[in-house]
Design a protein around this ligand. Sequence first.
Ligand SMILES: Nc1ncnc2c1ncn2[C@@H]1O[C@H](COP(=O)(O)OP(=O)(O)OP(=O)(O)O)[C@@H](O)[C@H]1O
Ligand SMILES: [Mg+2]
Length: 513
Amino acid sequence: MPVSYHGEEMCPVDPVIRLSTARISKAFGATQALNQIDFDLRVGEIHALLGENGAGKSTFIKILAGDYSADQGEITYDGKPVRLQSPSDSRNLGIRVIYQEFNLVPTMSVAENICLGSYPPGRLPATINITEMKRLAQEVLGRLGEEIPIQTLVRNLTVAQQQVVEIAKALLCQPTVLIMDEPTSALNDQETEHLFALLRSLRDRGVSIIYISHRIDELFKLANRVTVLRDGVTVGTVDIGAATRATLVQMMVGRELAEMYPKRSIAPGQVLLEVKGLSAAGNKVRDVSFQVRRGEIVAIFGLLGAGQSELARTLFGAIPAASGHVLLDGQPITLHSTTAARAAGIGLVPEDRKTGGLVGQLGVKANLTLAALPRYARCGMVRTGLEMREATEWADRLNVKRASMSQPIRFLSGGNQQKVVIARWLANQSRVLVLDQPTRGVDVGAKVEIYRLLEDLCEQGVGVVIISIEMPEVLGIADHIYVMCQGRMVGPYSRTEATKHKLMSCAVGIEGE
Ligand SMILES: Nc1ncnc2c1ncn2[C@@H]1O[C@H](COP(=O)(O)OP(=O)(O)OP(=O)(O)O)[C@@H](O)[C@H]1O
Ligand SMILES: [Mg+2]
């Protein structure tokens, strides 16, 4: 068998197959989420799974995790057929999964979270040796080269640190197969690099890794092979060395994407939103000033946790302002509540779709029209026909993959939920729209569509503020860019003067003082 090499380190990849599936299928009602999936995972490789929102990636790994059982098909581990009927079947084989949404207990310490993962639910030992637990947690974090105090409560950690805790928890059981569902969607560049180094070293020690991501570019730094899913079917598996960005997009979307950032030249109008010396309660936003003109996209770049989400929430009236002024069309406004902000015409697409946006048990339509209900009302009655028509139109524009408009939103794939949050606010006719990491977890095709819709809004004179940790997005879509670091803001930089280097220097606080 040929030995293939990948990356700078030129590490050999062992072609022995650890895990494989044949003809795996899974339906949810009328939705055929997976249709005859053949897949194999070698010992010591990083195998990426790529596909549009709703393609079936998470469903597939839930089957490997024993969370869902397949309707048909076979799974083989080290050459032997296995049945994965429960999570413990899968765990016993050494398969560990880190999900899109973390499974940590926020009120427990780092050490407790790391160690409790080793016990099956409901089978905690009567007494837990605390000293032993701390030693184990310390040891596994040490192996990862991480310095997170093990006594800290998980809720006080950054997202990147929480992820390290998830990985430590998985490693404690010495997994042979590690599966990660969109691990970098909440990480910045440095944290991502750090994670990659970690994953490469695990791979080199023989761990097999399945890696799901919508960030195609990063796969070239990390993966050995890529399997593309589309509508529950395998489109193909390619060696990363034989793939290009364009071929992967083509496989995923079924067509070429002409332009990632469809930027139009729109002449900016009058200043629409002006923020002067704004500080938020809690000191996460300090003396921030910026302005947004009609028809303009202003980006706020920063590392995660630089205060940008708090700024968005202050503008939306969800966090009280401690000082400063906000003017809309030159008139001072008071943002004492979200209702006041909404009435003034400010819309917010929140960062976290789970806590900030969606009502899981309500249907796609209801979630889409929630913020705009008064628009559909006449004489106290909701005009349901109009509501349905408009909601369907938005869902179609963003290609929200759903069984019906009344399907409960929690059954949609992660990226499709995010599209609903965005569509809701696009439909709400805000004068200023603030979007906090709107394209997190969204596939490339839908990203382009979202950028296009933002440009449409600009043409209608809306002012758009987009908060993003993704440098290419910021450079690709914004007219002006501000950078936040520890609650303070610098800028603006115009499209032409902003560079990757300049923005990063500001974001880490070594420029722009
Ligand atoms: N529990 C469920 N009940 C009903 N339908 C479901 C359920 N889980 C997934 N689906 C459907 O199965 C399809 C595949 O979803 P899945 O979550 O696997 O997609 P994905 O590739 O992970 O997408 P994303 O990139 O958005 O996370 C979607 O149409 C989704 O709505
Ligand atoms: Mg998913």
